[in-house]
Design a protein around this ligand. Structure first.
Ligand SMILES: C[S@@+](CC[C@H](N)C(=O)[O-])C[C@H]1O[C@@H](n2cnc3c(N)ncnc32)[C@H](O)[C@@H]1O
Length: 262
């Protein structure tokens, strides 16, 4: 299993720049923005609210929260220092603060957050329980946890039966079954769900994450020795050719959940 996002803190500068670009591009996608707006609408945000995002990358989700009038402060925590640096450069509000840190141990004070956001983080971490325990430690008693992630168990770039491109999108996250197991995971932490929503996301232009997954997946298949470099290159070329010919289709459903302590 190769999950680029699990070890970004140690990644070379070129990879971090590419990941930063792709996170910023994804945040500009109207479908992605609609998902964010839908779960923001599910939250009770009282005046003076403090929001913590764990695994904030370059900070687009933090920036959106900082625009909300009732939000007083947004702290983004991220292990990759190059992304934290870029988040600082892109920060457009004095409500924003970014720190280098891991979600299992953020170093923030107990009960210091009204809202903790895990936006496309949990599918990339090996110890989801440790992240949830840390989120619960940070939350005030009435605080709300948001989990938003892609349901990678349903991701598809196939445009027909036995489409070989599909093999590229089935193994490049740490836990592709996070979303189907999310209700049980939250319950195991005594969290009560107040909103649980599915969001459809389709990319036919190939400008969003679709071709990125295919490239990453093909490289992972080659790196694990399951296919040859020639086959990997052919899969990537097939993806590029489909995009150029207007035949590309990527479906990636998302899920969002808002929960509080029972
Ligand atoms: C898919 S990106 C999402 C970034 C951001 N939330 C967004 O939506 O633009 C996942 C992020 O989680 C970070 N990450 C990975 N493992 C982590 C951990 N154990 N604790 C905190 N962040 C982590 C990665 O470095 C990466 O920036």
């Amino acid at each position: 299993m190769v999950d680029l996002f699990q070890t970004l803190a140690e990644a070379p500068a070129g990879v971090l720049e590419m990941v930063g670009d792709s996170l910023e591009n994804r945040a500009k996608d109207p479908a992605q923005q609609a998902i964010l707006e839908r779960y923001i609408g599910d939250l009770d945000i009282n005046p003076g609210a403090v929001v913590v995002e764990i695994g904030c990358g370059t900070g687009p989700v933090c920036r959106r929260f900082a625009e909300i009038e009732n939000v007083a402060r947004v702290v983004g925590v991220e292990p990759a220092s190059a992304l934290v640096e870029r988040a600082g450069t892109l920060a457009d509000s004095d409500k924003l603060e970014f720190r280098v840190g891991r979600g299992e141990e953020t170093g923030l004070a107990d009960g210091s957050a009204d809202i903790v956001v895990l936006h496309t983080l949990l599918s990339h971490v090996p110890d989801q329980s440790a992240i949830l325990d840390e989120a619960l430690r940070l939350l005030r008693p009435e605080g709300q946890l948001v989990v938003c992630d892609a349901d990678f168990s349903k991701t598809s770039v196939a445009i027909g039966d036995a489409d070989p491109l599909q093999a590229c999108v089935e193994g490049n996250v740490t836990d592709r079954w996070l979303c189907p197991r999310l209700p049980g995971l939250l319950k195991s932490k005594d969290l009560e769900i107040s909103a649980f929503k599915g969001h459809n996301r389709v990319d036919v232009a190939g400008i969003s994450t679709g071709p990125g997954w295919v490239r990453m997946g093909a490289d992972a298949l080659v790196a694990s020795g399951r296919i040859s470099e020639t086959a990997g290159a052919a899969l990537k070329a097939e993806c590029e050719a489909r995009i150029a010919a207007g035949q590309f289709y990527a479906a990636l459903p998302f899920v969002s959940a808002v929960a509080r302590r029972s």
